[in-house]
Design a protein around this ligand. Sequence first.
Ligand SMILES: [Fe+2]
Length: 377
Amino acid sequence: MARVDQFRIPTRISFGRGVALTLAEPLKQVRAERVLVVTDPGVIKAGLLGPIEERLRDAKIAYEVYDAVVPDPGWREVQRCFERAREYGAQALVAVGGGSSIDTAKMAGVLLTNGGTALDYVGADKVPLPAAPVIAIPTTAGTGAELTINSVIADREHHKKLVIISPNATALFALEDPEMTRSLPPFLTAITGMDTLVHAIESFCSKNAYRLTELLALEAIRDVGRSLAASVKDGSDMEAREAMLRAVVTASLAFSNTRLGNVHAMALPLGGWCHVAHGTAVAVLLPHVMDFNRSAAEDRLAAVGEAIGAGSDGKAAVSFVHRLNETIGIPARLGPLGVSADVIPSMAADAMLSGNILVNPRTTTRADVEALYRTAL
Ligand SMILES: [Fe+2]
């Protein structure tokens, strides 16, 4: 049979300044009268929750705030959030925060309708019933958790990050509001923005890419090339903030339909074994993997260079990314982040299990992955 390209968009997306404050509308659409707001203490401290709560009160929607989301949540943290939602009788979840809050809410939503624990749903297409409605309001321009069918949970006992991939484990609504990212500190702006860039570049170069995903990925690369450094330098530059959030949308739509590549395959073990934050891990690895891919995907990387503003040349694209990391304050190497050479074989073994290796443009062996970790060390 000829190749068939499928494009999935499970989430309804609203984009614009102030759109977070319209959250009562989607809640009314799903007839939710009791909701659990899932967030973390940083969001509350930044003053982002007050206006949201006000809108819920105005709309006479009963709510409770669950603010115990931790970075890199494990299945037990997801369970705690789910139990709180069940005890409260929540009919929907409102996630306000970064990828950890949104993934916690997505998985708690899955447990509300499917029961069990998050561990029961690890892998692809293992969630039988659609999650309870989740309205996701991101406060970072980065992970794309509000739009993707992936949720990541940490398995600390086995040093692994587990991925749940299912169109039933998504947010039903994403309210993409650049104003909600205004107070994000520079370093978090930098690493979440680099995550978006990696999503776009890996999707564009993926063996699964096709015209529709390529267009979206290239547009995301353009937006990041023009706006990431500006949004790190001056968080109140709302044009830059808006472009970065738009890049999250285009990159997420692209990679949800193509998967990623070696950078993401290698970044999850860095989180599992060495607790390197996802955005930092992907940012440090990106130029090394791009350089590795040049022999198989020079044309693709030249197009990346063109879109990012480096000129139509793969090598220039690699140099541009090295410089961008330096400009926005991301470490150049993994060593200073607590990664040591002795864990490389274990990390490489885990990376090879990722489906992302298979769609990387250059065929990659375990020895290649070990060499890439060493180069980045
Ligand atoms: Fe990522």
